[in-house]
Design a protein around this ligand. Structure first.
Ligand SMILES: *Cc1c(COP(=O)(O)O)cnc(C)c1O
Length: 229
């Protein structure tokens, strides 16, 4: 706790990340504002997040449904226009809570989840935007559909579950250059007629912009190092 971030640190790093995104858009010849910053606030408290809301930021990512339920309803009472993204794995028994709380879900990756989301969306009359997570590195411990099954899974989401899919999401392997993974995700998205690309984190969000990222998910570069990964 002695090394606690000050609110000023967090707000100035948020500004620096936004500036780097705008610069990368220009360099890539992409329209200003075509990349949205999802500020990943997992593990940080409402009190630690509040300065970024005071500074005008409204788009946030959380990786656990239960943790998000604990802090975002209160923040939403204080701040209008919050857009909340679920970026972590989703269990089908949490689909109801996820549909109720989140505006965008990045981690649709199996039929059971697609089915549970479709059912909850119908029941609640809410339509969070959905992304399919692709395990571009084919890592056994990582969530996501393998690249070779992405086309079929996107088609099944549409045809069998009636879900509109906005785009694809990936988390490249920690120890590999991310560019080939960004390129692969872009290729898979194009051939499925998908416009959204959720890719790029603190270490590589600038690199994701020329490959077409529409959402970058940045946590530690804004909020500081997390106590546990
Ligand atoms: C934690 C997390 C991030 C943010 O990671 P940083 O390296 O802190 O920017 C992005 N995406 C997912 C899926 C995460 O779980």
């Amino acid at each position: 706790m002695t090394d606690a971030e000050t609110p000023d640190d967090v707000v100035s790093r948020l500004a620096a990340v936004l500036k780097a995104i705008r610069r990368a858009e220009r360099t890539a010849g992409r329209p200003e504002g075509s990349v949205t910053l999802v500020a990943v606030s997992k593990t940080f408290s409402g009190e630690e997040i509040a300065p970024t809301l005071d500074a005008g930021h409204r788009v946030f990512g959380e990786n656990r449904v239960q943790e998000a339920q604990g802090k975002w309803p209160g923040l939403r009472e204080r701040y209008d226009g919050v857009e909340l993204h679920l970026i972590g794995p989703l269990q089908s028994n949490k689909a109801a809570e996820a549909v109720a709380l989140f505006d965008v879900i990045h981690t649709v990756d199996r039929p059971k989840i697609a089915q549970a989301l479709a059912k909850e969306m119908a029941a609640q009359g809410r339509r969070p935007k959905l992304f399919v997570q692709v395990n571009t590195g084919e890592e056994p411990q990582k969530a996501g559909v393998p690249p070779s099954e992405a086309d079929a899974f996107v088609a099944a989401c549409r045809a069998e579950y009636g879900l509109a899919i906005e785009g694809l999401m990936c988390i490249p392997p920690f120890d590999e250059p991310p560019a080939p993974h960004f390129a692969l995700l872009d290729k898979l998205a194009r051939r499925n007629g998908l416009k959204g690309l959720s890719m790029g984190m603190s270490a590589d969000f600038v690199d994701a912009v020329p490959f077409g990222a529409t959402l970058v998910r940045v946590g530690s570069a804004i909020f500081g190092t997390r106590p546990r990964a």
